[in-house]
Design a protein around this ligand. Sequence first.
Ligand code: NAD
Length: 256
Amino acid sequence: MAAIDRFRLDGRVALVSGGSRGLGRVMAGALASAGALVALTARDRHRAEEAAAEVARDTGAEVIGLGVDVTKAAEVEAAVGEAISTLGKLDILINNAGINIRRPIEQLEEAEWDLVLDTNLKGSWLFCRAAVPAMKRNGWGRILNVSSMLGEVGLAERTPYCSSKGGMTLLTRTLALELAPFKINVNALCPGPFATEINLPLLNDPEKKAAMESRLPIGRWGDPEELGPAALFLCSEASSYMTGATLFIDGGFTAQ
Ligand code: NAD
């Protein structure tokens, strides 16, 4: 097979959580453009369906939208079931849904810690648990956990976020060991700062925006479109000998 053909996803079915906007939307588009059938999820089913129609229009692929709150086990199970019954099977899972609450530790509520951990870490675990049986049946699978450069290095005033993303890195490694015999590869993608809604508190503050830029060797925030090719690599046959790995797309932040 020619190297470029190893990136094709014809006949594959993918599910992307939190796929109605931001990085999830870009990754859903990248997989669809390579030939995959895609289910993208959002808490609001209507928003998911709208985004799915747009990605389908842009790529020509079949894309469906599903409503699911990733913190709710029953909704996660139902979404995986619906993706399989509508699209036929499930080969690829991208755990992308995530939130951040930034504040000094003594100003954070216990409920805020729970929400960040439940969304980022437990939500990813729930989706893995729901998707693995279908991937085992296929004898092939890819799980991509969207962690963060802040799963590797800390940044002040982000205790719940950094803890959740560090957890996602170890979830990735542990599951990679468990699933390697089934030809299911599990990897983590660790973005640096990208200009999306999750970062509006920084992007809308010129001082904070510039402070982040000054810490980036590449000297600028990431464009969400720069994440798509990396997701495609990790979700395709192009990364067949890679599992339990973390790939940093972070403008060089963690190289320092
Ligand atoms: P975003 O805020 O645009 O996207 C987050 C998505 O998660 C949204 O679609 C949101 O609706 C969804 N979501 C949140 N809580 C949910 C829940 N309970 N159930 C279902 N969906 C839920 O931001 P983004 O930058 O696109 O973030 C995507 C992922 O990338 C997140 O996991 C984030 O932590 C990670 N990440 C982002 C950056 C960055 O700089 N943008 C850096 C590192 C990691």
